[in-house]
Design a protein around this ligand. Structure first.
Ligand SMILES: [Zn+2]
Length: 455
């Protein structure tokens, strides 16, 4: 299969994509299934989904290249359903990064051959496994339901591989019985098409392992997160539209009727963590969005959205966590009057701005005053109650830190807490009630129904 991307004049530029192309960041399309053997159609489909990922990488690393209206010529591709595949690839790039490309897909005659691995037809489901707390919740759910799952882990370089080797060698030894690592070219901090790529690769492994069921165990707020401010770029990793496009691509190109399950879609991360609170592997999981520290003994930056939600959720679920590199919700800010040392140093203005954006969003949710775009998105997916609980988790964590004699040291965050207290959005009894609700597992994961997807 050969792929060329040709941009329009005036910046006319032709870029060949492929595993053997020069390794300029974002241009390589390489997928290595390691010991898993896949047929040619699956291999070509993997390349197509990695192409989408590489085009987003190119957009982020080379913003001067005008991709809008560029054409992508793919020749010699051995998958089914040409026109539907072009439409799906276009749709995912439009939805995720707002770029409109013109795909032309030349399909080669398919050579029928065995699709599933005769030696390995034991799986009941594929579980996407990233090494975060949600992955561990998914694994625990499979264990509880006696589901023999194949765990698919997508690695983007030595950092993430280090994390998973640690988990496999220590706390998860013997639990990830059928573990399938797939290596794909490097990624940056935020890549919106990541979930699309992972779900397609999960579907491919499902076909090899002869199961149509793919479990995506992400907790709900990450799937449905609306923009917190009108200009915010939030993660679309497991947004239902993205998962639906991945499902459609696998169905059309491999004629494999993939079903995607999202059992934790109605749970906040605190509720998902409470469910595995006593799992010895919980403390080894990694929630940081920045892969740079992944193989380090202290992998959490502390200030990205993933780390903030983790900090809050462990507190509310009453679970013990490792120390993060920074603690912007509770450490002192460079501000006269803030209490000195708590071992974390000072929080920067940039970190504090991110924290305040999240806290303002939570406050607005509780006051029923979110901006129209966020309101519309939450209404579309019927997730208003979920985001009230998500917001309440943040206010409960603030209560734990900033109630009289608490451990919080930031006068800026304390002011937010006091404003919430004044508006009766949080109080000792509200916080106690919320923590009881979380620890009593009032909200449980459900494997009953697959994700309802728009076709
Ligand atoms: Zn982080």
């Amino acid at each position: 299969m050969r792929i060329d991307l040709i941009t329009r004049p005036p910046s006319r530029l032709t870029l060949p994509f492929g595993p053997d192309e020069p390794s300029t960041t974002g241009r390589r399309v390489s997928v290595d299934f390691k010991s898993l053997s896949v047929d040619e159609s699956s291999s070509d489909l993997a390349q197509l989904s990695a192409l989408v990922f590489a085009i987003e990488g190119l957009r982020r690393t080379h913003p001067s290249v005008d991709l809008d209206g560029a054409s992508v010529r793919i020749r010699g591709c051995s998958v089914h359903g040409g026109p539907e595949i072009q439409t799906t690839l276009q749709a995912v790039l439009e939805f995720c990064i707002d770029v409109s490309l013109d795909f032309s897909l030349g399909v080669r005659r398919l050579v029928p051959g065995p699709t599933t691995d005769a030696k390995n037809t034991q799986s009941n489901a594929i579980l996407l496994f990233s090494g975060g707390t949600d992955s561990l919740s998914g694994l625990a759910l499979c264990e509880q339901h006696r589901i023999r799952a194949t765990s698919v882990f997508v690695a983007h370089g030595s950092g993430t591989t280090g994390l998973i080797n640690r988990l496999l060698g220590e706390s998860l030894a013997g639990r990830l019985t059928d573990f399938c690592p797939i290596h794909v070219q490097r990624r940056g901090d935020l890549q919106q098409t990541r979930g699309f790529l992972y779900a397609v690769l999960g579907g491919i492994v499902g076909r090899v392992r002869n199961t149509r069921d793919l479990i995506v165990s992400e907790s709900g707020p990450t799937m449905f997160i609306p923009p917190m401010t009108p200009l915010d770029e939030v993660t679309l990793t497991t947004n239902p539209v993205v998962l639906a496009l991945a499902q459609r691509l696998v169905r059309n190109s491999l004629e494999w009727n993939l079903r995607i399950h999202t059992p934790f879609r109605d749970l906040t991360k605190a509720e998902s963590i409470a469910w595995i609170r006593r799992d010895p592997a919980l403390i080894e999981t990694n929630s940081c969005a920045r892969p740079q520290f992944a193989s380090h003994p202290h992998p959490h930056c502390g200030s990205c959205f993933g780390c903030l939600v983790r900090r809050v959720s462990f507190l509310v679920a009453g679970a013990r966590d490792v120390a993060h590199r920074s603690d912007p919700l509770f450490s002192r800010f460079a501000w006269p009057g803030d209490s000195p040392d708590d071992g974390h140093g000072t929080v920067s203005a940039e970190q504090m701005a991110d924290v305040l954006a999240v806290l303002s969003f939570c406050r607005e949710v509780m006051l029923d005053r979110v901006h129209p775009a966020a309101r519309e998105q939450m209404a579309t997916y019927h997730v208003e109650p979920l985001f009230r609980r998500f917001s309440l988790d943040f206010l409960t964590a603030l209560h734990l830190g900033y109630q009289r004699g608490g451990f919080g040291r930031s006068s800026v965050v304390q002011r937010v807490y006091e404003a919430c207290l004044k508006d009766s959005l949080i109080s000792a009894s509200i916080a106690t009630e919320r923590m009881a609700e979380v620890s009593e597992l009032k909200h449980k994961p459900s494997l009953d129904s697959p994700l309802v997807l728009a076709e």
